[in-house]
Design a protein around this ligand. Structure first.
Ligand SMILES: [Zn+2]
Length: 50
């Protein structure tokens, strides 16, 4: 079984019911988005408490 993120299914993006797309907070918290670390804010900047 691969370790695919259940929140974004490996896409690193999550689409909300209202259509809003945002970076996956779970992957952010796990440092999976390091290729964009210059542009991606820390998860706490989105108001998410990890
Ligand atoms: Zn994810």
């Amino acid at each position: 079984m691969e370790n695919v993120c259940p929140e974004c299914r490996g896409t690193l993006r999550v689409k909300e019911k209202d259509g809003t797309v945002h970076p996956c907070y779970k992957c952010l918290s796990e440092g999976k988005m390091d290729q964009h670390d210059k542009n991606i804010k820390d998860a706490s900047d989105y108001g998410i408490q990890l």
